[in-house]
Design a protein around this ligand. Structure first.
Ligand SMILES: [Zn+2]
Length: 178
């Protein structure tokens, strides 16, 4: 049951399995469904998430359940990034068979498409947030990724795949309480 609360915001947190995600520029963080989710300051909205907020969990193509944020621990950390040696983008495709193993897929510089064996490595300073949850509840009906995305609070985020997406309470309420 979803209850209106003007002091909180509503989010979709995405956990993508490394093997099936498109871009391989970074490693995975700790994750426990309904208990712990780690993100960093490179993630859009990372600064807007607060204790008490409502979170829906998505793993790859599945919407699983929801919980309330109980605690957020923020600390300075280093994020290892794999980048294109030519344009320094971290939007890299890792190829299973074709050589060289890596190909640049920089969305802002579509001409790059550089292919290489060894990515250029950087260690970037970021703020890492470990968020912890309480009251995790699994959905008792099937809800699709498309349905949750259609509750997006911003206009154009249906197509993009952000790890953290803000949801609109009114739309979400219709979806969940039905
Ligand atoms: Zn490149």
């Amino acid at each position: 049951m979803l209850i209106s609360d003007k002091n909180i915001r509503y989010w979709l947190f995405l956990k993508k399995t490394y093997d099936i995600r498109s871009y391989k520029g970074t490693n995975e963080y700790d994750y426990i469904l309904g208990k712990k989710y780690t993100y960093d300051s490179y993630v859009q909205n990372s600064n807007n998430v607060q204790i008490g907020d409502f979170v829906i969990f998505r793993e790859d193509d599945y919407i699983l359940g929801y919980a309330t944020i109980d605690r957020i621990d923020k600390f300075k950390g280093k994020k290892e990034m794999r980048r294109c040696p030519r344009c320094k983008s971290s939007s890299l495709m890792q190829r299973k068979i074709k050589k060289p193993e890596w190909r640049c897929n920089n969305p802002r510089n579509k001409e790059c498409k550089f292919e290489f064996d060894n990515p250029f490595l950087t260690k970037d300073e970021v703020i890492i947030s470990d968020s912890y949850f309480k009251n995790y509840i699994e959905f008792d009906k099937v809800i699709t990724v498309g349905e949750v995305k259609s509750c997006s609070a911003t206009k154009f985020s249906k197509r993009v795949q952000n790890a953290i997406m803000e949801l609109d309470f009114i739309k979400l309420k219709k979806l969940i309480n039905n």
